[in-house]
Design a protein around this ligand. Structure first.
Ligand SMILES: Cc1ncc(C[n+]2csc(CCO)c2C)c(N)n1
Length: 229
């Protein structure tokens, strides 16, 4: 079994919980509370900015142009394409995308990007890929599961979102990351494979926690920001 197949199998419990989460299931049913959509978009806009920074660190740790190109393409996708599903959520929530930008990250999203930053700064490329991979992989499967379960048509309010993540482009990007990870995992120690598995599982946990954060409109215990000098 390839390393990435092993990761998928070992984390099936979390993947299943993600598919059944009320926010995710609500996308399938076409019914998500407006407040949850707004909380999600605000957090995800900043989360995706951090995600591109992490790809930038991966570029700086790349030893060849194939790896640079891999991460460059992923940045291009986040920058130019992932605005589409955000616009679908904005349209359904009745808000303007530009008004959703520049908010501080709620605790769970903050934890998630710092977990990825930690592995980006202290790990090698394989470890970084393990921390990043649950992000496209869980969304690809959410798109596939919701398509099978709800067979959305053009009149479904979240049809563009579901179609976007179930699409061949996300499948292709996820497949490329998986293939590179499988190559890198072939030549590392057992100890390093354990570190990689821990990074992957924690990102799966944080993907599930991110949906819960949005659904419950999670905030910091005290919302006062640091005073400007
Ligand atoms: C919390 C959260 N997790 C995953 C995604 C989806 N996603 C983020 S980056 C990317 C491309 C990977 O290179 C994909 C598919 C999201 N938007 N927000």
């Amino acid at each position: 079994m390839t390393f990435s197949k092993e990761l998928r199998k070992e984390n099936d419990d979390i993947f299943k919980k993600i598919f059944r989460h009320p926010f995710v299931d609500g996308i399938g049913k076409g019914d998500v509370p407006k407040e949850a959509l707004v909380h999600y978009i605000k957090a995800d806009f900043e989360y995706l900015n951090a995600f591109m920074h992490i790809y930038g660190i991966a570029v700086s740790k790349s030893g060849n142009r194939d790896d640079i190109s891999l991460f460059h393409d992923q940045i291009g996708f986040v920058l130019n394409s992932e605005t589409h599903p955000h616009h679908n959520f904005c349209d359904q929530a009745g808000v303007v995308y530009e008004d959703m930008q520049g908010y501080p990250l709620p605790p769970t999203a903050d934890h998630y990007i710092k977990h990825m930053m930690y592995h980006a700064h202290t790990g090698d490329l394989g470890e970084i890929l393990c921390a990043l991979l649950p992000c496209p992989w869980t969304y690809l499967e959410i798109g596939q599961v919701l398509t099978e379960q709800y067979e959305p048509n053009d009149s479904h309010p979240f049809n563009p979102w579901i179609k976007f993540y179930a699409d061949a482009e996300v499948r292709g990007l996820t497949g490329k990351l998986r293939n590179r990870l499988d190559e890198l995992a072939e030549v590392v120690s057992e100890q390093q494979r354990t570190r990689m598995k821990e990074a992957f599982r924690k990102s799966c946990q944080l993907e599930l926690a991110f949906w819960e954060m949005a659904y419950t409109c999670e905030e910091w215990p005290v919302q006062k920001v640091v005073a400007q000098q």
